[in-house]
Design a protein around this ligand. Structure first.
Ligand SMILES: NC(=O)c1ccc[n+]([C@@H]2O[C@H](COP(=O)([O-])OP(=O)(O)OC[C@H]3O[C@@H](n4cnc5c(N)ncnc54)[C@H](OP(=O)(O)O)[C@@H]3O)[C@@H](O)[C@H]2O)c1
Length: 332
């Protein structure tokens, strides 16, 4: 079985790929730089073993360039889409780095490539169908995605989800909460302030409810989805960790794991957005007003979400926060 992973060099897609490879699966990693991807996978044991056993190959492609995707999707048994634009959540429209261009249109381009390669005509020239065995499409979505969300990241992913649901392929959507782990950008960036400062600044009041998820859990979960397609077909999972916390508590637990105590400084969202409105004009574009909204949002699953997941995948156990954050001891 060959699994195409779009986003295989990323934080989440990397975890998914490692778990698939560790389970003995064959992965074709879609990347804009095969040289960089090879270097990444040659740097760890799971990748080296898969490379030696010819179970990991790289295909050069860009989800914003439809012409690069047909060969990538040919001959695969599963497609996993976990790509997002470089620099997220700070959009850069001048360089095509936006939720709509990459998260939405990139997904639409992958679906279109699949249609071109796999669809078969029917008696009606306007209608085509997928034959038995066309690859199912697994999509990494976000916890806040909803049709009526005012935010562009949710709208982009909602529109991508709708296209997936209407594609005619078997599909599974995972709407995940904030993922943390050694390679993450968001939590590490916040904790980075504590390297030099007696405080950790955050946008908002720090009270937003979260169920942060250990990135390895996402990897293990996608492995289960691939191994048990019958339990996941045409299903949306809302996915998160086992502990419901406020942002402040999450940070305090992370700091505790590092053996540090720091004040958490709350910067009102309006002040952050004002900063973003100015900083977005710097060449490095470190912040935008929408990025402030993104990082200050809530994101938690409910007991009903947990129960649904447990019903479909009773063997799955999510990692408790204290256990997941233990990797931070080395940073402390
Ligand atoms: N991180 C979280 O906490 C979290 C939580 C919930 C949902 N998600 C979702 O999970 C997905 C992955 O997030 P992440 O944090 O893993 O992102 P990330 O670390 O920034 O990884 C981005 C990945 O996308 C690929 N990519 C970027 N532009 C591309 C393009 N034009 N064509 C092909 N590939 C492209 C990159 O590959 P190359 O550079 O090798 O081409 C890289 O592998 C996103 O949809 C995100 O919304 C993330």
């Amino acid at each position: 079985m060959i699994i195409l992973v779009s986003g295989a060099t990323g934080f989440v897609g990397g975890a998914i790929t490692r778990h698939l490879l560790d389970a003995g699966h064959q992965v074709r990693a879609l990347t804009r730089s095969t040289a960089r991807a090879l270097k990444l996978y040659a740097s760890h044991e799971v990748g080296r073993r898969a490379l030696a056993e010819n179970r990991l190959t790289f295909t050069s492609g860009d989800v914003t360039r439809p012409d690069t995707l047909r060969e990538a999707v040919r001959g695969v048994d599963v497609v996993i889409q976990a790509a997002q634009f470089t620099g997220a959540p700070v959009e850069n429209p001048a360089h095509g780095l936006t939720y709509m261009a990459v998260d939405r249109d990139g997904t639409l381009n992958l679906l279109s490539a699949l249609a071109q390669v796999y669809q078969r005509p029917t008696a009606d020239p306007a209608l085509a169908r997928y034959p038995e065995g066309a690859p199912p499409f697994l999509y990494m979505s976000g916890i806040s995605v909803a049709p009526d969300s005012p935010f562009t990241w949710d709208q982009a992913k909602w529109q991508a989800e709708e296209a997936i649901r209407g594609s005619g392929l078997d599909w599974t959507i995972v709407r995940s909460c904030w993922a943390y782990g050694p390679e993450d950008k968001a939590l590490n960036r916040l904790l980075g302030y504590s390297d030099h400062l007696p405080l950790v600044p955050v946008f908002g009041n720090g009270k937003q409810p979260l169920t942060p998820v250990f990135v390895e859990d996402i990897g293990r979960f996608f492995r289960l989805l691939v191994d048990h397609p019958e339990r996941a077909r045409d299903t949306t999972f809302r996915f998160g960790g086992p502990d419901l916390v406020r942002l402040d508590q999450f940070l305090e637990l992370a700091l505790q794991a590092m053996g540090r105590r720091r004040l958490i400084l709350h910067i009102p969202r309006s002040v952050g957005k004002l900063q973003g409105a100015i900083l977005q004009f710097l060449p490095s574009r470190p912040l935008t007003p929408t990025a402030v909204d993104f990082v200050a949002q809530a994101g938690a699953i409910s007991e009903a979400d947990r129960a649904f997941l447990a019903e479909r995948f009773p063997e799955f156990r999510a990692t408790p926060l204290r256990e997941g954050l233990a990797y931070l001891r080395k940073r402390g």
